[in-house]
Design a protein around this ligand. Sequence first.
Ligand code: AMP
Length: 416
Amino acid sequence: MHDVLPADQPWWDRVSRVVRDLADFYNFGRIETPILESAALFERGVGQDTDMVSKEMYFVKTKGGDVLALRPENTASVVRAYLEHHLSRVSQPQRLWYQGLFFRHENPQAGRFRQFSQVGFEIIGGANDPIYDAQIVMVFSRLLEELKIRNTVLKVNSIGCRVCRPLYKRQLQAHYKRYEKKICADCVYRLKTNPLRLLDCKDEACKGIKEKAPNFFDKLCVTCSNHLKTVLEYLDELAVSYALDNQLVRGIDYYSRTVFEFFVEGPGSEVGALPGGGRYDYLVETLGGRMTPAVGGACGIERLIHVMKAQEVKLPQKNQKKVFLIHVGEQAKKKSLRIIESLRSAGIPVVESLGRESLKAQLKMADREGAELALIFGQREIFEENIIVRNLKNSLQETVALDKLVEEIKRRLRNS
Ligand code: AMP
């Protein structure tokens, strides 16, 4: 878990702003769900045998004996909210987005935190149309583009449906069974509990066996195969480039058909996947609703920021013009408070350094802040009810009556 210090806030603001603008543009409505949910929601939704639930979830036991969990992801919560608030009765599909904190007790490493922030987009309901898969992928592709993240690679796969996946799982198990003595301990476990995750193993011992595993593309049923084909055609149409990766599986049970992940190559690549997601046509049903098509994805914000820094992305300069108030003496310090508040009320950004006394130190600070104008207020100005307005670009200064100050500053900032 980590702190976000003031120096990092501009990065967070940038990501949040881009996400919000994209969400507005593509017509996603924001949804906020609680950080604590019933643990059973994730056990049912995400899957009891996934690492996320069986190893990484933080539990909270209430005095009354309820077992809650700090949410490890948001799709299950969004679907719970969709059902609880009968969002299926309003226009379909529901296009929802979120940004918030998530918790997984993972081994700390590059790009992996125990508390992290995700932004996510979900399209729930309506037709089972591959256009929605393409739109979700595209929204994330635009997010990376808007954040000026380069060298991105999009991997896409289909992990089939209730019809073709069980057949493929059996073939995969049969293949791995032959090597049961050679594979790593995790894969021995996965072989029994979650065979698709065998394809996710990074252990050297399992590498060769994985390479020879049966190919899912050959086993997809006609409907899944057509679905994938159409998603890819839409991505072509949107000029989003991708690589098919038949070993891409995700660590969550609810996915069916399309799954995707974005990565970067070169600087920043050590953080692993950026946006990732897929279709989850069975989740609404699993959580007690009717069979409802759905697709979505999420991206870790810490990872986005890490990659932006690694790729030396420049944040857009805020060219907000500032005014710096300099006080001289104890009386002026006190009277400055009202002046500052009247400027702020008029929407003029004011910076001050009321904790510093020396004129020199305050002028230096005004310079460091990149202020446009300095207002200098001392004993004489208190007496004459005026203030010195100094243009920090050309050092010209004049005295302005206090009751005309707001208007005068507005005029100057407009014209500068
Ligand atoms: P998931 O919810 O597992 O599908 O992950 C979606 C995205 O969230 C990943 O591709 C990462 O960008 C991010 N993410 C997942 N786990 C973590 C973590 N422990 N720390 C930081 N980011 C994470």
